[in-house]
Design a binder for this molecule. Structure first.
Ligand code: SIN
Ligand code: FE2
Length: 218
């Protein structure tokens, strides 16, 4: 077990790394927002729409626990993946996107050169040791002109940045607490995923990694 809180946080804070033309990693960009993000997750989102492990259309339970906020939430169903106006567990609208979520997503998008990003959905993924996200494309949105903004909190993980075919070789990008990735335009439909997360402890999220993925879905 490693103690991320001593080794990783903010080591390269403020650096912006560009992997492909339109794939940016903003190191530590979310650090000033962490307290508001954690409060939003714990007090506003999870209390209305709890974390759950959804079942894929193929019948597998996802290893990542998820919930959503904003106008629409990403869900699985027997027929595929989609965005829904209501949480199927509560049958209520998803919780509103907390203000700090929106301002972080917009300022990260601006910093990466994507102006006027207005996400209508934030997916919250919670990874425990061993949880992973297989290679996939984000393609359930109505148009691909808006970027994806993806925030990492808590224990570190390895992000796989692939090509445009599933079998293309992937690069590995280490993501730490507070890092924000933004990708779009020519790179919007790249395959990506997360390797199985290694057991670790973080002072803010304890034994898990939290990812917030902001999207404009319609
Ligand atoms: C995703 O692609 O849905 C999640 C990526 C991440 O957890 O960083
Ligand atoms: Fe994704």
């Amino acid at each position: 077990m490693t103690f991320d809180m001593f080794e990783q946080d903010g080591v390269n804070a403020g650096q912006a790394e560009c992997y492909e033309q339109d794939v940016h990693v903003l190191r530590g960009f979310a650090l000033p927002y962490v307290q508001d993000l954690m409060q939003g997750i714990n007090k506003q989102v999870k209390t209305t729409s709890p974390l759950r492990k959804m079942t894929t259309p193929g019948g597998y339970s996802m290893s990542v626990a998820t919930t959503s906020c904003g106008q629409r939430g990403w869900i699985t169903s027997d027929t595929g993946y989609q965005y829904a106006d209501r949480d199927p567990i509560t049958n209520l609208p998803w919780p509103e996107m907390p203000k700090a979520f929106m301002s972080l997503a917009q300022s990260a998008a601006n910093k990466a050169g994507f102006l006027n990003f207005v996400p209508d959905s934030c997916l919250i993924n919670v990874y425990q040791a061993g949880s992973k996200m297989s290679l996939h494309q984000d393609k359930d949105e109505a148009d691909f002109s808006a970027p994806i903004v993806s925030v990492s909190l808590g224990i570190s993980a390895t992000f796989l940045l692939g090509g445009f075919e599933r079998q293309d070789k992937s690069s590995h990008i280490a993501l730490h607490h507070g890092d924000v990735m933004v990708w779009g335009r020519a790179d919007r439909l790249r395959f990506h995923g997360i390797l199985p997360v290694k057991a670790a402890l973080h002072s803010i999220t304890q034994d898990c990694r939290i990812n917030l993925t902001f999207r404009k879905t319609q």
